[in-house]
Design a protein around this ligand. Sequence first.
Ligand SMILES: [Ca+2]
Ligand SMILES: [Ca+2]
Ligand SMILES: [Zn+2]
Ligand SMILES: [Zn+2]
Length: 167
Amino acid sequence: MEEIRRAATAYYENLPEEKKRYARFIFSDMDKNGDGQINLREFLEYHNKDNNSALTHPSLFKALDKNSNGSLDFEEAMVLYYIMQSGRALFCKSCNTFLTDVYFSCSQCFTSNDSAVSTYEICCDCYGGKKFTHHKDAIFCDNYSLLSQSRSLALAAPPEVNKLGSC
Ligand SMILES: [Ca+2]
Ligand SMILES: [Ca+2]
Ligand SMILES: [Zn+2]
Ligand SMILES: [Zn+2]
């Protein structure tokens, strides 16, 4: 999570003024009682309204609450803004926990050309404990090797999806 936090800070620093204002606006929108903190209830109320059930998983709030005081100040909540904007809102497909830091992803699904195939990512616990069901012969890579792999795939022209080796 520390990594995401650092990325979020860098991201926020580079936002144009109006986007920063928008982030502030979202924060005050969530902060129903206006005390400058988002507590769990305010957090859940806000995201239930969106029908975005993955965001209401307790693991996300816990991960965002850096100092574990049970509420989010602006700096902590801003990380969520970054996660949403960057598409980094990833949850374990098996246990639904929010994926902080390193996770594993099925490389076949990740590189599939078929838009109907969604990516399949799982947390280290589920992967290590083999607590997941996925298609046969799936090759799982951690997100870092997947990234460098897709880079080399992109560089190798023409791209052939089935040339994937093991990680
Ligand atoms: Ca509040
Ligand atoms: Ca806090
Ligand atoms: Zn999991
Ligand atoms: Zn797969």
